[in-house]
Ligand binder design. Structure first.
Ligand code: PEP
Ligand code: MN
Length: 273
């Protein structure tokens, strides 16, 4: 086979379904993953998880190991946050995804969450990718902020080549000369990638724009351009959020967004999950 990303390529397989808890992320449906950027406390996580579940989202996100640009910013609750995530998941009955940054945290974190996220900053952390390839955990692999699509595919290939094919690719915006938004959300990469790989593709309109008012339009665009889901940041009190408040939706906004996505999904024959 001439392509560099043999296992990721559509030439090797037609379709991959990745299950997070009981939720199947795959071509033909549209999954909504929502929650805070970071878990801040049990109460904060419970409130947001209840809110997003009630709104119709099927997976809860929340970071406990936060790779922040500055060492002086909130770094996440760490291991203690994993217990909060697990408690909330059991109470609210919603599967979870959380970012993993260290190989040494994988074993413990695996017992506390249903899926891992590899963040933009770690897309080419090859030792982490290889180790995750040895697990059976679903992995949401986010595009590096300066990574080409081919580099994202090859990063995924690291995980698949170790035996784990439960990989979901996430377009989360790339760094360009444009600075009116936090990143430039590369939605054209979605149909491009759908044509080249069998792996499910989701979009993160929160980091992709960095601006709350742009999240809803870009989430809708993600559905219409063929993504298999979105990952959105939601907070009950974005003004006092410890990270990414400016791009976090209010509870009423996620409710509205899910309703609108439902109407759009019907129009293009996709199943909202
Ligand atoms: C996040 O999902 O909170 C995050 C840090 O995302 P990214 O790695 O895309 O910046
Ligand atoms: Mn964030």
């Amino acid at each position: 086979m001439s392509v560099k990303y043999k296992l990721v390529s559509k030439k090797s397989k037609k379709k991959t379904t990745v299950k997070i808890g009981e939720i199947s992320i795959e071509n033909g449906s549209f999954a909504i993953i929502a929650g805070p950027c970071a878990i801040e406390s049990l109460k904060q996580a419970q409130e947001i998880a209840e809110c997003v579940k009630k709104a119709g989202c099927s997976i809860f996100r929340g970071g406990v190991f936060k790779p922040r640009t500055s060492p002086y910013l909130f770094q996440g609750l760490g291991i203690g946050g994993l217990d909060i995530l697990k408690t909330v998941s059991n109470q609210v009955k919603i599967p979870t995804v959380t970012e993993i940054v260290e190989i040494s945290d994988i074993a413990l974190a695996m017992s506390k969450t249903d899926a891992f996220q590899v963040g933009s900053r770690n897309m080419q952390n090859f030792s982490l990718l290889k180790e995750l390839g040895l697990t059976k955990m679903p992995i949401i692999l986010k595009r590096g902020m300066s990574a080409r699509v081919e580099e994202l595919f090859l990063a995924a290939e690291y995980i698949l080549s170790k035996g784990n094919d439960k990989v979901i690719l996430c377009e989360r915006g790339i760094r360009t000369f444009e600075n009116c938004t936090r990143n430039t959300l590369d939605l054209s990469a979605v149909p491009y990638m759908k044509a080249k790989t069998h792996l499910p593709i989701i979009v993160d309109p929160s980091h992709g724009t960095g601006i709350r008012s742009l999240v809803i339009p870009m989430a809708k665009a993600a559905l219409v351009c063929g993504a298999d889901g979105i990952m959105v940041e939601v907070h009950c009190a974005p003004k006092t959020a410890l990270s990414d408040g400016k791009q976090s939706l209010y509870p009423h906004q996620i409710q509205k967004l899910v309703k609108e996505l439902g109407l759009l999904a019907k129009a293009i024959n996709k199943k909202l999950i």
